[in-house]
Design a protein around this ligand. Sequence first.
Ligand code: TYD
Length: 253
Amino acid sequence: MARRKKVYEGKAKILYEGPEPGTLVQYFKDDATAFNAQKKDIIDGKGVLNNRLSEFFMVGLGNIGVPTHFIKRLNMREQLIRACEIVPLEIIVRNVAAGTLSTRLGIEEGTPLPRPIIEFCYKDDKLGDPLVAEEHIIAFGWANQQDLDDIVALALRVNDFMSGCMMAVGIKLVDFKIEVGRIWDNDMHSLILADEISPDSCRLWDIETGKKLDKDVFRRDLGSLTDAYTEVARRLGVLPTNSGPVTRPTLIN
Ligand code: TYD
């Protein structure tokens, strides 16, 4: 008999029905995918690290007044979250040129941008999450102008917070992706930060050496992804600095 009802399964996470209406349990898998799931692997311990790191960022953001879906961490791989209606956009914030910005516009990777640049991609795996303009978003009803204004303000607050956290531990926040969801109160809605914030959806470079500490380690076969994420977690104080390799007992709470 199933322990609980699965609501959705994505590439890196599973959502189950939560214990109370309006809640969900978000389970972090060890699966890593890149290039729209053309490259796949199981990375031992990745889900455990992302659960902890996403908790760390969501709690920190909550403490400075950014509304998030995070309620509490339940165990090594699961957290209790508020259910929301996901806006079908991947919201990308960039501080330094990398990835598709570099290839699309011919700007060398590592070039600092004159200001944070926000991009929107339409969330559709079949289409490969294409870059879209605000015009498309509003014309097709994925979000309205007020939502977009709120999303930009929220994304910039997340960028300031995350950049500061990372800078303090010698890491440059090159770019990252967030998702937001709607919470309804009768016919009014507000937006909250949803999904996850982890090295799976950020580019993180060591300030001194330029070493990559994010999913590009997997995308570009640069070494152990678990080692890179463990290093991020240790520097942020999410894992004790003297603990051994990421094993189940280390992260039991
Ligand atoms: P981007 O450079 O556009 O794409 P790619 O990672 O394929 O080169 O990505 C910018 C940042 O946003 C990067 O940190 C990865 C993250 N991102 C996701 O996590 N998921 C996504 O679906 C997209 C489009 C980006």
